[in-house]
Design a protein around this ligand. Structure first.
Ligand code: IMP
Length: 429
């Protein structure tokens, strides 16, 4: 296998975890490159469900290195909780200590980040972003404002103390005067950091340069993205986005290896589209068809439990995702959800309701999306069970027709089709 990036190509929750899990079997090093515990990935293995937020799901294999990269932001308590839960599911503590590494340059989500996230969402009222309230936005804000705390800071008390002398007065002023939230004394902040140091001590990888130098030369790397292209801070449905770069280009930066270490970028799409949180999407179905997709697809968030909004596959988005996400191929998940649909629709363009203009290119100003309606092509459903199909040729003809058209309008080849949660329920095209 070549060094491959797995990118969510829609609004997150496309089933990346299963694809990452499959590809991880052929990789030596798995690096998560952005996001934080806002992400929620479920992997089904040996009839057991494993839930991941920060830990790369490659941890389910023996002999792999799973790296939480520099581009990730980590809430220490969430990180510890996730490890504890996975240990309770049967993954040994020794295995974690051997396989899991954390980049010392990853930023820490402090309690004030979570508090500010909650405050901002509540105060935005009906204009809220619908964040996961995990403190992700405020952590990245501080990273870019150059007042963040990184994992490496926890391990040098002297420089941490110096840093906090700069950061805390500023932070406290903001917390008090802007947000009307509790402030933190230096002692409290130092005590929190001491607690976090203990959490990261078994995993922090100060030898990351040697590890990645070796990985680039001698190993196969799988880059694991979180969220999706349409939630990208630069290219997503701004401001209804997350605060990092899920696009393929984000992998080189967030995983510390640069773009030339990447050979392939697989974009994971669902055969339809879902979204949690606020923000428009043009093919959203607010009727019983949307409810049917939600029910059969079990579309409820792993991190927040929120129901996901559902709609038909949007090839305007797909084409955009292929472009800005840098996708070289497509993994299409949940095709089987359509097994009982008599008709399936595919959006191939948007029509501007005011001007009548038709476009196949994605309008980036989301505030104009209410002016667009989807232009659909209709496909006859296959009305049969696809969940046991092993080869593309054995798929029903109607499914092949739908897939061929989807591929054509999206602009990248479909390489993987998933027809159920198990590893075996996968067709390599
Ligand atoms: P944040 O990442 O918590 O700041 O939330 C910003 C937006 O990204 C909200 O619409 C969230 O619902 C969405 N979001 C964040 N993480 C995920 C994810 O893993 N899957 C789907 N949506 C997500």
């Amino acid at each position: 296998m070549k060094n491959t990036v797995v990118v969510g190509a829609q609004f997150g929750d496309e089933g990346k975890a299963k694809i990452t899990d499959l590809l991880a079997s052929n990789a030596d090093v798995i690096i998560r490159y952005q996001g934080g515990s806002n992400a929620g990935h479920t992997v089904v293995y040996n009839d057991k469900k494993y839930k991941f937020h920060l830990v790369p799901s490659g941890i389910l294999y023996e002999g792999k290195t799973c790296f939480v990269g520099a581009g990730v932001v980590i809430k220490p308590d969430d990180f510890q909780k996730e490890i504890n839960e996975l240990i309770a599911e049967g993954i040994s503590e020794e295995h974690f200590k051997k396989a899991l590494k954390v980049h010392p340059l990853a930023h820490i989500t402090m309690p004030w980040h979570t508090e500010v996230d909650g405050y901002s969402e509540n105060s935005l009222g009906k204009n809220k972003i619908g964040t996961t309230k995990k403190g992700i936005g405020p952590t990245y804000t501080d990273k870019y404002a150059r007042v963040g705390i990184r994992v490496e800071d926890l391990f040098n008390e002297e420089t941490l103390s110096e840093k906090l002398d700069v950061i805390l007065p500023l932070k406290n002023k903001m917390l008090d005067k802007v947000y009307n939230l509790n402030t933190y004394s230096k002692d409290e902040a130092m005590a929190l950091c001491a607690k976090y140091r203990k959490i990261f001590a078994p995993y922090v990888c100060f030898e990351w340069q040697q590890l990645l130098d070796d990985a680039k030369r001698n190993k196969t790397i799988l880059f694991e993205g979180a969220q999706g292209v349409l939630l990208d801070i630069d290219y997503g449905t701004y401001p209804f986005v997350t605060s990092s770069n899920p696009v393929g280009g984000g992998a080189g930066v967030g995983a510390s290896v640069g773009p030339l270490a990447i050979n392939e970028v697989i974009g994971v799409f669902k055969a339809y589209i879902t979204r949690v949180g606020e923000g428009p999407f043009v093919t959203e179905l607010l009727d019983e068809t949307g409810e049917k997709i939600q029910k059969i697809g079990a579309e409820f968030g792993v991190t927040t439990g929120r129901p996901r909004r559902c709609g038909w596959f949007d090839a305007v988005i797909a084409k955009y995702s292929v472009l800005v996400g840098g996708l070289s191929s497509i993994a299409l998940t949940k095709l089987d959800v359509f097994d009982t649909f008599e008709t399936i629709k595919l959006c191939t363009a948007y029509k501007n309701k005011k001007t009548g203009e038709i476009t196949e290119y994605y309008p980036t100003n989301v505030y104009t999306h209410k002016d667009y309606e989807p232009v659909y092509e209709e496909f006859k459903g296959w009305m049969s069970d696809t969940t046991k199909v092993k080869h593309f040729d054995d798929l029903p003809n109607e499914a092949k027709i739908y897939l061929k058209r989807l591929e054509e309008v999206s602009g990248a080849p479909i390489k993987i089709i998933s027809i159920g949660p198990d590893r075996e329920q996968t067709i390599f095209v």
